[in-house]
Design a protein around this ligand. Structure first.
Ligand code: AHR
Length: 499
C-alpha cells in the first residue's frame, strides 16, 4: 500500500470559499430547458410546467447560482423575446445550435424556477448581435424598482418586485469564430467596458464578468485577457474562464491528469489579472469566474448525426454525454483544484445542469436520474463550505503517456465555521490503495473520523434510467481511533473530522 502524508495547519489558509464555486449553467440548448427542467405534459410537472423530480435532484445538489440563458445561444438572443404573454412570444432560429427557440420559458419563468431550486441567476447579456444598449435595458427591466419604461414593462408582465439579478456576464466566448458576431480583443474590450459602465450606472449593486478567451488552447489566449482587461479593468469584477476536458487518447491515466491543466489555467489567468492591476497601479483585484467547466466528448459523433436528420428542430437531444466513473473522478479532481485556488476562483459553473453535458438526466415522459458526475459535485457543495486550507500532500508521482510528475493523490481541505474539517481526496493510482496519514499540526486532536468512498471496479461504468445507482458513493463509515484511512485505488473520498 502506498503511503501518503497530508499536512494541514490552522494558520495556513488559501482563503474563504465563495459558495458560488458550486454553481451550474443552463443554456437554451438541446433538452436543458425544454424536455429538461420544463415538460408541461409530464406527470411530474407542476402547475407551471416544471418537472418536480428534476427540481428535486437540482435542489439536492445545492447549486447556489445558475448561469443563463447561454452560452453560444446568448450571442443571437433578444431578451425582449422572452418576456410578456407566452403565446405572443416569437419563435426564432437559434443560429448557435441550429434549433428553433420557441421562448416558452423566459426570464420570469426561469427566475421563478431558480428560486424554487434555492438558487440565483447569473444572467448573460448579448454582446454579439446586440450591444451595450440592450444590456443596460435588461438590467433596468430586471432590477429597477419602477417608474421607467423597462421597469414598468416588468411590472406589467407580472413581477411587481424587481427580479434582483446580482451577477451579469458580458457576453460569451467573444473570441470564438463559432460565436455570432465574434470580436477582436480591442473591439470586445471597448464594448465590454461601455456595457459594464452603463449596466452599473443602472444598478450600482451588480457585479459583472468580462469574457476571457474561450479556452487555454485558443491562439488568442493570454493576449486576449491582457488587452481586454487593460481596456475595462476598473469596471469589471471577474474574468471568465472556460475549460472542457476531452479524452483524445482514451487513456484513463491521462484523463485523470487533466486537472493539472486546470491548475495551470487558473494560475495563468490570475497572473494576467495581476499584471494588468500592476500596470494600472490599481488597488482593485479582478478575480476568476470559471463559468463553464466539465468533461465533454462522449456525444460529439451523435450530435453530428442529429444535425443530419433534424436541423432546426425544437429540443434536439444535443450534447447528451453519458458520464462514466473515470469522468466522476476527474470532476472530483477539478473540484479539489478549484478549492485549492479559492483565493482567486470566486465563481465556477459546472456546465451544464440538465441533459446537456449534465450531471442530471431526464427522459421525455420518463424518469430523472443522477449521472456518476453528480455525486462529487453534490458532496463538495454539501461539505465544502468554509475556509480552504493549504494542503501539503507528500506522495509519489507518476508519469502518464502525456503528463509528467502527476501526484498520485490530490487533496483539498475545508475548515468549517464549527471547527470541523472536511478533506476531499482522489487516489489517481489505478492499482494501488494509499494509506492517508493526516498531520494536523496546530489543529491538535480531532476525535471522530468519517469516510465516504466512491469507487467502481469498471472505469467505464455509468448510471442509466434502469440502473441509476450503479456509480455512487458508499455509505459513510466511522473510523475508530487509530484505524487507518485507506484511499482505495481509483477513488474519490470525503473524509470528515470532528472535534
Ligand atoms: O456549454 C456548451 C457550449 O460550450 C457553450 O454554449 C459555449 O459557451 C461553450 O463553447
Amino acid at each position: 500500500m502506498k503511503q501518503v502524508k497530508l499536512i494541514l495547519d490552522k494558520d495556513y489558509v488559501v482563503g474563504k470559499i465563495d459558495e458560488r464555486v458550486y454553481g451550474s449553467f443552463i443554456e437554451h440548448l438541446g433538452r436543458a430547458v425544454y424536455d429538461g427542467i420544463y415538460e408541461p405534459r409530464h406527470p411530474e410537472a407542476d402547475e407551471k410546467g416544471f418537472r418536480k423530480d428534476v427540481l428535486k435532484l437540482v435542489k439536492d445538489m445545492k447549486v447556489p447560482v445558475i448561469r443563463y440563458p447561454g452560452g453560444n445561444f446568448v450571442s443571437g438572443f433578444n431578451w425582449e423575446d422572452s418576456v410578456g404573454p407566452v403565446n405572443e412570444r416569437p419563435a426564432r432560429m437559434d443560429l448557435a445550435w441550429k434549433t428553433t427557440e420557441t421562448n416558452e420559458v423566459g426570464l420570469h419563468e426561469f427566475c421563478e424556477w431558480t428560486k424554487q431550486a434555492d438558487s440565483s441567476v447569473m444572467y448573460a447579456v448579448n454582446l454579439g448581435t446586440r450591444g451595450p444598449d440592450a444590456a443596460r435595458n435588461v438590467v433596468e427591466y430586471a432590477n429597477h424598482e419602477g417608474g421607467t419604461f423597462y421597469s414598468d414593462m416588468r411590472r406589467k408582465n407580472g413581477s411587481e418586485e424587481p427580479l434582483g439579478i446580482k451577477l451579469w456576464c458580458l457576453g460569451n466566448e467573444m473570441d470564438g469564430p463559432w460565436q455570432m458576431c465574434a470580436k477582436t480583443a480591442d473591439e470586445y474590450g471597448r464594448v465590454a467596458h461601455e456595457a459594464a459602465k452603463m449596466m452599473k450606472w443602472v444598478d450600482p449593486s451588480i457585479e459583472v464578468v468580462v469574457c476571457g478567451s474561450s479556452g487555454i488552447g485558443m491562439p488568442t489566449f493570454g493576449e486576449w485577457e491582457y488587452k481586454v482587461l487593460s481596456e475595462c479593468y476598473d469596471d469589471v469584477d471577474y474574468v471568465s474562464l472556460h475549460m472542457y476536458y476531452n479524452n483524445p487518447h482514451r487513456n484513463t491515466a491521462d484523463h485523470l491528469a487533466n486537472s493539472l491543466d486546470m491548475d495551470k489555467f487558473l494560475k495563468g489567468v490570475a497572473a494576467i489579472c495581476d499584471a494588468v492591476q500592476a500596470k494600472k497601479h490599481s488597488k482593485k483585484k479582478v478575480h476568476l469566474s470559471l463559468d463553464e467547466w466539465n468533461v465533454w466528448y462522449h456525444s460529439n459523433e451523435q450530435d453530428q448525426e442529429i444535425y443530419k436528420t433534424k436541423p432546426w428542430g425544437r429540443a434536439l437531444p444535443l450534447l447528451e454525454d453519458v458520464y462514466n466513473f473515470e469522468d466522476a473522478l476527474l470532476v472530483g479532481l477539478t473540484l479539489i483544484t478549484i478549492l485549492n485556488n479559492a483565493d482567486r476562483v470566486k465563481i465556477a459553473c459546472m456546465a451544464q445542469l440538465v441533459n446537456v453535458i449534465a450531471p442530471i438526466m431526464s427522459r421525455k415522459g420518463g424518469g430523472a436520474w443522477a449521472q456518476a458526475t453528480y455525486y462529487p459535485m453534490m458532496q463538495a457543495s454539501t461539505f465544502g463550505r468554509g475556509t480552504s486550507l493549504k494542503t501539503k500532500v507528500v506522495c509519489d508521482t507518476m508519469d502518464t503517456p502525456h503528463y509528467k510528475d502527476v501526484p498520485v493523490v490530490e487533496a483539498a481541505a475545508v475548515l468549517h465555521d464549527d471547527d470541523g474539517i472536511t478533506i476531499f481526496a482522489v487516489n489517481r493510482d489505478l492499482k494501488d490503495d494509499a494509506e492517508l496519514n493526516i498531520d494536523l499540526r496546530a489543529f491538535g486532536d480531532y476525535k471522530t473520523i468519517e469516510q465516504t468512498v466512491m469507487h467502481h471496479d469498471d472505469m467505464n461504468a455509468v448510471n442509466t434510467e434502469e440502473n441509476p445507482d450503479n456509480v455512487k458513493p458508499g455509505m459513510p463509515k466511522e473510523l475508530g481511533s487509530g484505524e487507518k484511512i485507506v484511499l482505495p485505488a481509483a477513488s474519490w473520498n470525503v473524509i470528515r473530522l470532528l472535534k
